[in-house]
Design a protein around this ligand. Sequence first.
Ligand SMILES: *[C@@H]1O[C@H](CO)[C@@H](O)[C@H](O)[C@H]1NC(C)=O
Ligand SMILES: *[C@@H]1O[C@H](CO)[C@@H](O)[C@H](O)[C@H]1NC(C)=O
Ligand SMILES: *[C@@H]1O[C@H](CO)[C@@H](O)[C@H](O)[C@H]1NC(C)=O
Ligand SMILES: *[C@@H]1O[C@H](CO)[C@@H](O)[C@H](O)[C@H]1NC(C)=O
Ligand SMILES: *[C@@H]1O[C@H](CO)[C@@H](O)[C@H](O)[C@H]1NC(C)=O
Ligand SMILES: *[C@@H]1O[C@H](CO)[C@@H](O)[C@H](O)[C@H]1NC(C)=O
Length: 752
Amino acid sequence: MGKYPQMLASVSLNLKNFMVVAIDLSENGFTGSIPENFGSLQGLIYLNFHGNRLGNGDLGDLSFLSSLANCSNLNKILLLGNRFGGQLPNSIGNLSTQLKSLSLSFNLIHGNIPVEIGNLVNLKLLEFAENYLSGFVPDVIGRLNNLEALFMSANNFSGSISLSLGNLTKLFALNMGKNNFQGSIPPSLGNCQKLQILDLSSNRLSGFIPEQVISLSSLSIYFRMSDNFLTGSLPLQVSNLKNLAELDISNNRLSGEIPTSLDSCTSLVVLYLANNMFEGAIPRSFKSLRGLEKLDLSSNNLSGQIPEFFSQLSSLKYLNLSYNKLEGEVPKKGIFANASVNISVIGNGKLCGGVPKLLLPSCSTKVSRRHINKKVVISTTIGVTGAILLLISFVTYYKMKSSQPTSTTSSIDSQLRLSYFDILRSTDNFSNENLLGVGSFGSVYKGTLSGDGKIVAIKVLKLEHQRALKSFIDECNALKTIRHRNILKIITVCSSVDHEGNDFKCFIFEFMPNGSLDKWLHSVPNEQLGRIKKLSFMRRLNVAIDVASAFDYLHNHCEIPIVHCDLKPSNVLLDEDMTAHVGDFGLSKFLFESSNNVLTSASLRGSFGYIPPEYVDGHVSRLGDIYSYGILLLEMFTGKRPTDELFKDDLNIHKFVSMAFPNHVMDIVDPSLLFEEENEDDRMEEAIVRNFESQRNNKKKMEEFLLPVLRIGLTCAATSPGERMKMNDVVNNLKTIRDSFLKSKDRNRGRR
Ligand SMILES: *[C@@H]1O[C@H](CO)[C@@H](O)[C@H](O)[C@H]1NC(C)=O
Ligand SMILES: *[C@@H]1O[C@H](CO)[C@@H](O)[C@H](O)[C@H]1NC(C)=O
Ligand SMILES: *[C@@H]1O[C@H](CO)[C@@H](O)[C@H](O)[C@H]1NC(C)=O
Ligand SMILES: *[C@@H]1O[C@H](CO)[C@@H](O)[C@H](O)[C@H]1NC(C)=O
Ligand SMILES: *[C@@H]1O[C@H](CO)[C@@H](O)[C@H](O)[C@H]1NC(C)=O
Ligand SMILES: *[C@@H]1O[C@H](CO)[C@@H](O)[C@H](O)[C@H]1NC(C)=O
């Protein structure tokens, strides 16, 4: 490719006598200029030259646009990523008013934006980022009130930001970064109530951040105002940014205290406030930012101590506190434990302690504080051990009780530490906001224990359900014997009476902030572009290994083997680090050598779609769990539930995958896997350009590793129990796949 400079001329000449409606030559190596008579193709609707080497960087490169004036149905013109030079001709104002997309980014275009652009009133996408455009952006841009995305970053535009942008109420993304815009940010931008992306960074803007703009609760992807001359404080209304992932206002002249109302911005992943004049203490409200991965507070005037809670923010990967006036002891845990490139505390005169690598003086007078810490640790240990002992004695008691049906429950209450009323308080009266899920045997709530403020998950049994009590005992029995990093840890059980004197029983588990695997696989993304949170291939592989390890443990390493009987994505829970934990042992069974484990009630054996075919005979076995695991694996990588409406008559998920195996697996893979997270930090325009390339590469690479994973899924979910794989083999095989996947990633990285 790239050898045919005359190609386009001949394409257009030969097609002249046909009714051409679409031309798509994108992602090739075409060079040369576009003939001026190009537009004689009157029926043209779609023109896509994206990603070639067209144009000579010369004046006349875009004159062919004039010839498109007669194409009255023209809908899209995509010229981004070429070498078109010269100016934008005034004749763009004569293009069809039907035009919805005009995309000119990544070219060599000079000069001003012609006012005639204001005629294109139906434009939804207008982009000319990364060119050499200059001058003022004409106010007529405010007439384009159907615009959804406007990208003009990395040019030489000057003047102030047009007030008329406030007219663009459908705007979803606005990027004006890397120009020479001056003056203040117009408060009228606050009218753009659909805005999810706003980037005004790297300009010469001054004045305050308008309250109207920072309170745009639609902002969810990024808000970038860094590298300007903004003054004043960060408005309290920042608390409206509840859905925002990235806030970057670094390198300005902002002052005052960091508002504590930031604690409402619980979706924040990146927060950059560096190089301003913020003062006062680091607010305690940062504690609520549980998803924060990168925090830069460097080069401000912050004082006081480094809060201990930073070490508990487990998603934190980068923390820069350098060049402030912080003092006192540096914590040693969490992110502080590994004083690597990800953390910096230099340039604070009076810090001490921390891990030795930080080379800080030791804190001679801080003994008393550490003493207190130790006490807390000891009492927690006693607490947890106590809970386990209580759990065991409770189960023993319960067994005795079931043989003497009339005894009272009051003695249990005094033994167990949490009463019905404690639970009531911790869940805010079982409020709907705290309801995490409802299952057949009861509901699960999020609770905050009043003692230490620990967040927990509370599974409340629905006792009117006659099987629930049996399930409670089964679960107690199972849980008291098992300990594994991939099995949901129980903190305690509670057996009490409610305010009406009815039995009340619940389990208190560790809280899993990332919810269930089911949610990750199947929730509908609520953003059109950008940060759609989906699990990457690697994450899915890790979850698959975690779950397999849990089952290997249950089946092969417990004193008395346990069959779980209800594996499905909603019973796989993800903690802060996305490590998977298997939960819900309400249906589990011990495999006693002596008994033959015949099921008493066939309806009790798991969830539809995941129940192995042989369970109709009534025998539970490890092989049944392995079947459910196979189905789960197929579901994880195809994104289809076994109960999908696609699967009726005799088509099921196993058949669906085996029909595509091995030559067409890329046709059935979960589509969200094709957009790997590597692009996550790229700016959107770049992502648009690169997507094609990286998609192709990812696809090839993924196929290589997807095949063996699906093969394991198919083997585990085989109809005949004898063909299924053992859990320890599953774990080993998946780990081998993961190792070679990681190696191939490293290889790719080295090549770049
Ligand atoms: C547009 O159509 C008119 C009338 O059909 C014709 O005279 C004119 O040359 C055409 N313009 C272009 C640029 O093709
Ligand atoms: C746009 O069209 C009008 C009317 O057809 C014509 O007079 C004008 O010259 C055209 N402008 C450009 C820049 O081609
Ligand atoms: C805003 O939109 C209205 C209605 O489309 C239009 O009449 C007005 O001229 C626009 N304002 C600016 C400043 O462009
Ligand atoms: C932390 O911030 C300072 C000043 O802003 C900078 O010089 C330094 O490189 C940063 N440290 C890390 C580890 O990124
Ligand atoms: C930094 O804060 C101190 C008080 O904590 C104040 O005296 C000083 O003027 C501040 N410096 C700047 C540059 O704002
Ligand atoms: C510290 O970080 C390095 C590199 O990021 C890693 O290899 C090492 O395991 C980490 N150590 C601890 C204690 O986390």
